[in-house]
Write a protein that binds this ligand. Structure first.
Ligand code: SF4
Ligand code: SF4
Length: 220
């Protein structure tokens, strides 16, 4: 890892500790507009390129990192996730439900809740048991998806479905929310929030500046 990369990683770590709530407030207020007027940002300079990359999610599986802080367990630190859900608007295309895949992991509580509703025998017939995970896996395309009405068990759907399209943060950006580029509504949100990166970079520059000052003071 180069010195610059390690500095950025360090800044992101500090960023999560110090700015997790305030940056969400700033983004909610549209502060990036003023910043962009002062200093254009790569996400805007290369807007067309960024849009094309995001659109590739329709064909190539990957995650998009959003300029919103990921949840952690400290109180008040889920502001980024909350803002994500305020902004996210599912297009109800059903792609996440009818697309073939390896299956949908059911937590024990998911299995019991859904079995209580549709019957254990029927649910088992729609799943396979994964010995390594010791869990039931719901077949994909999902048998509960009806093209006319959508999800037949929407109110009691598995936890994984309630979180989609959020994914665990990507390894190269562990402190930001990551979304599945396969979801068209997630791609739209990524496009709308591109300019927000400038707030992140502003914070990182400030943090690195502070660190440099502290180091210089110690060396004096
Ligand atoms: S793929 Fe995205 S937009 Fe389509 S139904 Fe699923 S969550 Fe909604
Ligand atoms: S349980 Fe419902 S929301 Fe989840 S994949 Fe199946 S149809 Fe979609």
């Amino acid at each position: 890892m180069s010195r610059m990369e390690s500095k950025i990683l360090q800044a992101r770590r500090l960023c999560r500790q110090l700015f997790v709530s305030s940056c969400v407030d700033e983004k909610r207020r549209g502060c990036h507009e003023a910043l962009l007027r002062q200093r254009p940002h790569w996400s805007v300079l290369k807007k067309e390129e960024q849009m094309e990359k995001i659109d590739q999610g329709e064909r190539i599986p990957f995650d998009i990192t959003l300029p919103l802080p990921a949840r952690d367990e400290r109180s008040g630190s889920d502001a980024g996730v909350n803002l994500f859900w305020e902004l996210f608007s599912c297009q109800r295309c059903g792609r996440c439900c009818f697309t073939p895949g390896a299956g949908l992991y059911l937590e024990k509580e998911d299995f019991e809740r859904i079995a209580g509703h549709v019957g254990k025998k029927r649910l088992i017939s729609l799943c396979r048991y994964d010995k390594a995970l010791q869990a039931w896996i719901l077949r994909q395309p999902c048998p509960f998806f009806d093209p006319e009405v959508g999800c037949e068990i929407y109110q009691i759907r598995p936890k994984t479905c309630t979180k989609y399209p959020l994914h665990p943060p990507s390894p190269d950006m562990p402190y930001h929310l990551a979304v599945d580029a396969f979801c068209p509504a997630a791609r739209d949100l990524a496009k709308r929030t591109l300019g927000w990166w400038i707030i992140c970079e502003n914070h990182w520059a400030e943090l690195l500046g502070r660190q440099e000052q502290d180091r210089a003071k110690k060396e004096r």
